[in-house]
Design a protein around this ligand. Structure first.
Ligand SMILES: C[S@@+](CC[C@H](N)C(=O)[O-])C[C@H]1O[C@@H](n2cnc3c(N)ncnc32)[C@H](O)[C@@H]1O
Length: 210
């Protein structure tokens, strides 16, 4: 049986953050690439449908890892910056992908203040795919809302659903928490990315409606 306490992945202090980041550096140094959830044409299609509003231009991907989604967003026409706290991930993503609308930067969203370029109301899209459980959820959601354009900005989230995860695979949120993330937005959509419904996606538009 999964224990809900084990879903906490947020470092408690700077020392623990250093250890956790070193773990991610090791993960991204492996000779064979491991991905929890590969980017599929279905996910890209749904992203186009629910997240690309037509006037979207400026986007960020928080906790971008290898940068597959970040690069796909640039290819879809968004000027996109992928951030990750692992310099190894950022170096790997920069080696894998090259596009005029794409850049990758190192940033720790737990122990550092947000990058200065992320000014309030400036972004069309914020993506956070499989990374929210590693951040302080309340602080991160507040930041995402603030950075987005109040009426048209869209947050794309992919999270794992705790009740639907295999025992021992516990990085997700209870379904009630996932549903709660939809509160206070002008428009929301949710769809599953796998047949078991373990991986679920959210498009949350219009943070200024609160
Ligand atoms: C499960 S991976 C998801 C990677 C990618 N978004 C994907 O969908 O494949 C979580 C990512 O979050 C990054 N991460 C964890 N804590 C972070 C933090 N405090 N600041 C920035 N990135 C962080 C990790 O380095 C890792 O790349």
């Amino acid at each position: 049986m999964n224990d809900l306490a084990d879903t906490i992945r947020v470092p408690a202090d700077a020392e623990q953050a250093l250890r956790m980041r070193a773990d991610w550096d090791r993960f991204f140094s492996q000779p064979v690439m491991h991905e929890n959830l590969s980017l599929t044409s279905f996910e890209i299609g749904q992203f186009r449908r629910h997240v690309l509003s037509g006037h979207g231009r400026r986007a960020v991907d928080i906790g971008c890892g290898w940068g597959f989604l970040t690069a796909a967003m640039a290819q879809m026409g968004l000027w996109t910056t992928g951030y990750d706290w692992s310099p190894v991930a950022v170096a790997g993503a920069s080696n894998l992908f090259d596009h005029k609308r794409l850049e990758f930067k190192v940033h720790d969203f737990v122990t550092e203040t947000p990058p200065r370029e992320l000014v309030p109301g400036s972004l069309d899209v914020v993506a956070c795919r499989l990374t929210l459980p590693y951040l302080d959820r309340h602080i991160a959601m507040g930041d995402f809302r603030r950075w987005l354009k109040p009426h048209t900005g869209t947050l794309y989230l992919v999270v794992q659903v705790w009740e639907r995860q295999q025992p021992g695979m516990i990085r997700g949120y209870p379904n009630a928490v996932v549903e709660d993330l939809r509160q206070g937005w002008a428009h929301t959509a949710r769809w599953d990315l796998d047949p078991a419904g373990e991986y679920t996606a959210l498009a949350l538009t219009g943070p200024g409606s609160q």
